[in-house]
Write a protein that binds this ligand. Structure first.
Ligand code: ADP
Ligand code: MG
Length: 418
C-alpha cells in the first residue's frame, strides 16, 4: 500500500489489516481513537477499546514534513525506520525502560507500541515540582545499557561498522547540527530572543571562545561514531509515574559520541533546576527541596551511569577471550584505559550539555519550563543564569573532574542577577 497519512477513520481500517494488533485490541468496532501528538514531527494516536478497558496501544506515524513548521519544511519519512529499529534495540537491552513495539510498517512509516497509560512526560512533572524516587536509578541504567552495547567495547569491529552504516539518519542529524550546534551561536534568523534578555548576555555566548567550543562539539557529534544514540534525550522524551521510567521517541537515533545522550539529559535536568525559582514561587512553594532533589538527580544520573557502564564493560571483558585492549589480562592497563575513557565521556557530556543549554534559551526549539514563563523580566533572569552555566560548561569542560563541581557551578549560577 502506498503511504497515506492516517486519519482516525483510515487508522481503524488499517488496524483491521494487522492481525497482531487486532488480537491486542479485541473488538475493532468499538475503538476510541484520539490524536494526541504534542510533538513537532509526527502523528501520535491513542487507540483504546471501549468494551475492554485496559486494551490500548499507541500508533505513531511520521509525516513527510516537519509538523512544527508545516508542509514548507519537507522531511523524508525514513526517521520512522530509525525510530522502530532503535526502540527494538534499546527495548531488547532494557525492556523495563522502553515501550514495547508491537508492529512496525516501513511503507506507512508507522509504529504500534505499548501505551504508557498512567505515565506523564517528565518535563511536565518536573515543572509541577514532582519528584520521582527511582528516576536517576532508572535513567542511569537506560544510559549504561544502551550506550555500552552499541559500542566497540561490546560489539565485534565488523558488527559495529555494519551498525554504523545502518544507522545513518542524515536529515535528523542535520536538524541537530543546525539547531543545537550552529544557529544558537550566531545571530541566526531561526533564533528567537526574549526582548528582556540583555544583549550582553547573548553576546557572551557568541564570543569566539564559546563559538570555538560549540564548533568542537559539533565536530565530535558529526565524526565520533561511538555508539547508537537516542539522539534527542531531553525530559520531553521521558515518560514517568511514581514507579516507572520509560524513554520514548528515539527518531534521531544514529551513531555518535556516548556523551551526547548523557549531556542532553543533564542539561534538561539543569533547566528544570534553574526554572524552579519561578515555578515553585509562583505556586507559593519553597523551591529549595525540589531544587536539591534535582541536583541530586544530576549527580546520581552521572555517577550511576559511569558506575554501571564501567561494570558492564568489566564484566564483558572478564567473560570474553579478548577485550578491546587485546587478550593480555593486564588489569592495570585496563583500569587506566577505563578511567581515561570515562573522563573523556564526562567532558564530552558537559560540552554537549552547554550547547543544549544555549539552544534551549536562544534557539528555535525552547523548553516549556523557561519559554513558558510569561513575565519577560523573570524569564530573562532564568535565561541569564542558564547561559552563564552553559558558557562555563563549554569553556571549562575539560577541567571538571567530578560531577559535584558541576553542581557547585549550577548553584553559583542560580544566584546571578540581571
Ligand atoms: P514526536 O516525535 O512527534 O515529538 P513523541 O514520540 O514525542 O512524538 O510523542 C508525542 C507525544 O505523544 C508525547 O509527548 C506523549 O505525550 C505521547 N506519547 C508518545 N508515545 C507514547 C506512548 N508510548 N504512550 C503514551 N503516550 C505517548
Ligand atoms: Mg520526536
Amino acid at each position: 500500500m502506498t503511504y497515506q497519512a492516517l486519519t482516525p477513520e483510515t487508522l481503524a481500517d488499517y488496524l483491521r489489516g494487522v492481525p497482531a494488533l487486532q488480537t491486542l485490541l479485541g473488538d475493532l468496532d468499538a475503538l476510541d481513537i484520539v490524536e494526541v501528538g504534542d510533538g513537532n514531527l509526527n502523528l501520535v494516536y491513542f487507540v483504546s477499546s471501549r468494551s475492554q478497558p485496559g486494551r490500548s496501544l499507541v500508533i505513531k506515524q511520521a509525516l513527510p514534513y516537519l509538523r512544527l513548521v508545516g508542509e514548507g519544511w519537507p522531511l523524508t519519512r525514513h526517521r520512522a525506520d530509525r525510530e522502530a529499529n532503535a526502540l527494538l534495540q534499546f527495548g531488547a537491552l532494557c525492556p523495563q525502560h522502553v515501550p514495547a513495539v508491537f508492529h512496525a510498517d516501513s511503507a506507512q512509516s508507522l509504529i504500534a507500541m505499548q501505551h504508557l497509560r498512567d505515565h506523564i512526560i517528565l518535563r511536565k512533572g518536573l515543572m509541577e515540582g514532582l519528584t520521582y524516587p527511582n528516576l536517576a536509578e532508572h535513567l542511569s541504567t537506560y544510559l549504561a545499557q544502551t550506550l555500552f552495547h552499541g559500542s566497540d567495547l561490546y560489539l565485534s569491529a565488523a558488527a559495529k561498522k555494519q551498525a554504523v552504516a545502518a544507522a545513518t539518519n542524515t536529515e535528523l542529524c542535520k536538524i541537530t547540527e543546525d539547531l543545537i550546534f550552529t544557529d544558537p551561536f550566531e545571530d541566526n534568523p531561526t533564533n528567537a530572543y526574549n526582548p528582556a534578555l540583555p544583549r550582553a548576555a547573548i553576546a557572551r555566548v557568541h564570543q569566539p571562545e564559546v563559538r570555538l567550543a560549540a564548533a568542537q562539539m559539533k565536530w565530535a557529534f558529526m565524526n565520533r561514531a561511538e555508539t547508537l544514540l537516542h539522539g534527542d534525550l531531553h525530559t520531553g522524551s521521558v515518560m514517568v509515574n511514581p514507579t516507572d521510567t520509560y524513554v520514548i521517541d528515539p527518531e534521531f537515533a544514529y551513531y555518535g559520541p556516548i556523551g551526547f545522550d548523557v549531556g542532553l539529559l543533564l542539561a534538561n535536568l539543569l533547566t528544570a533546576y534553574l526554572s524552579q525559582d519561578w515555578h515553585r514561587v509562583q505556586a507559593g512553594q519553597d523551591p529549595a527541596p525540589v531544587q536539591a532533589w534535582l541536583l541530586g538527580q544530576v549527580a546520581a544520573v552521572w555517577d550511576g551511569f559511569a558506575d554501571k557502564f564501567t561494570a558492564l564493560w568489566a564484566a564483558h571483558d572478564a567473560a570474553s577471550a579478548t577485550s578491546f585492549m587485546g587478550s593480555a589480562r593486564d588489569e592495570a592497563s585496563q583500569r587506566l584505559f577505563r578511567e581515561a575513557f570515562m573522563q573523556q565521556v564526562f567532558h564530552d557530556a558537559l560540552g554537549f550539555a552547554g550547547c543544549e543549554l544555549v539552544r534551549r534559551t536562544l534557539g528555535l526549539a525552547k523548553v516549556a519550563e523557561i519559554a513558558g514563563i510569561p513575565d519577560e523580566a523573570a524569564r530573562a533572569l532564568i535565561e541569564v543564569r542558564t547561559l552563564r552555566l552553559a558558557e562555563a560548561l563549554l569553556l571549562g569542560r575539560d577541567d571538571f573532574q567530578f560531577i559535584s563541581e558541576v553542581i557547585d557551578l549550577a548553584q553559583e549560577c542560580r544566584t546571578l542577577t540581571l
